[in-house]
Design a protein around this ligand. Sequence first.
Ligand SMILES: [Zn+2]
Length: 470
Amino acid sequence: MPVVDDVTAGAYIGVGFHRGDLNQWHSDLVGDQLAWEKRQFGHRARLYATPAQDALMDAQAHAARAMWNQLHDLWTMTPRCQQSLARMDQALRQARKEIDWYSILPAQAAQAVLKTYVQSWKNCWDGRAEEPRFKARIRSPMSLDIPQGRDLHIKRVHRRWGMVNIPKVGRVRFRWTKDLPVGRRANTDNRITGARLVKDALGWHIAFRIQTLEPRPKSHPGPEVGIDAGVNLPLALSDGNHQDHGRPPRLPDNTSDRDKWLNLDEKAKLLRLERRAAHRKSFRKPRERGSNRLKHIYDQIKQLRARATRRATDWQHQTTTTIARTYGTVVVEQLDITNMVKSARGTVEEPGRNVAQKAGLNRAIAQEAWGRTVTMLTYKTARYGGTLHKVPAPNTSLRCSDCGFITPGSREDQTTFVCKNPGCGFAANADWNAARNILHLYRTGHTVAIPAAGRAVVRRARHVKPPTAR
Ligand SMILES: [Zn+2]
C-alpha cells in the first residue's frame, strides 16, 4: 500500500475512471486510513481501420484459428501421459518455421493462442466449460490477442480519438470514450496490460485489459431493494422505482415483431431481409454453396442484430450503474435461464403446452439477458461498496406480497396480480409484487450462497456452447 498524502490521494481518485458520484463518495475517505485494492477490468472500443488493415487483421485471425486447430489436433493425437505445454510449444515453434503463412501472425499472438488453448482445457477440467473443439471457418468468432501492453503505444490524438499500434498491422484509430491510463498517467499500478481484438458483425473491436489501484469503497449506506426480472417490466424494483426502456412501435402486422431494440424502419428492414434470404435460399439445391448475394443478405441481418444487442447492453450498463449507485443492498432471484428457455418445447414424449406463447416469452427473456444483468450488478455493487444477494426463485411471482399466502388464480395474467385470499384483495403489478417478495425473502434470511464474481461455476444445459470454449 503506497503512503500518500491527501493531495496525491485526490489525484489518484481523480484519475478519471469514474467521476461525479464516486468522487464525492471517496472524498470523505481521503481523511481516513485508505485501503487500496487492485482492480482489473476491460474497456472495449471500436476500431476504425482502413480496408487494407481490416484484411490484415482478418488474415491474422484466420492464422490464429488455424493454429488453434493444429494445436487441438496435436493435443488429441498425443497420448495422455505425453500431453504437456512444453511439447505443444515446441510443435508451435516448428510449425511457424515450416508453414510460411503463419508468419503473418506475430510471435506473441501465437503464444497467446497456445496459452488460451491450455487454459480452455483447465476450464474444462474445473467444470467451468466444455471441452475445447475445432474452430470452423464460419461461425467461429474471429479474435486475436495482443498479450503485451507495451506493444500498443496508445496515444490520444483528439478529444474523441485515440491511436493504437496493432503488431504487423500498424496504427489504427479508435473512439476515445474513457480516460485510459496511458502516457503520463501510466505507472506500475495503473496501466494497460494487453488487449484482445474481437470481430463482430459491425467490424473489429479492441478490448483493453486495464489494471488500476484504487481506494477500497466504504460500505454503501443506501437502502435495500429487491429486483424482479419481469417480462412486461424489464426490471421491477420493490420500492416502485421500476427500470423500463420504452418499447418502439410494433410493425402493423404484429406477428413479425421480433426485436424490441430496433426502431420501426429497422424492424421493417429486418423483415424484408429475412424474406429475401428465405426466397433466395429456396432456389438453392441441397449441398450447393450459398451465393455471394445470400451471404451479403445474411451479413446485413447480422449487422441489424448486432446493433440491437449493442443497444440492449448499453441500456443494461446504464441501468445497473444507477442501481449500484443508489442502493446498498440489492436482492435478486436465482434463475436458471437455460432451463427456463429450454423447457418451452418440451420433449418428444412429453411435448410442452402453449409452445408458441412460451417461445415468445423465451424470446423476451433472452432479449432482456437477465444473466448479464446479474453479472453487471455483481461487480458494480461490489465497486460501489454495496452487496448483492440471491434468493430462491420458486413462487415469488405467485405469492401475495401483502398477506403472504399463495392463493390459486391470484396471478391473473402477465401484468396483473390480484390476491384471491378473502380479506386481502391486494392488487398490483405482477412484477412489482414479485420484487417485494424477493426483498421479503432476503429480510427473512432466505439467501442462496453465491460464488465470488467471475469465479462462478456455471452448470449449463447440454448442447449449449460455453462462451469460454469458443
Ligand atoms: Zn394477499
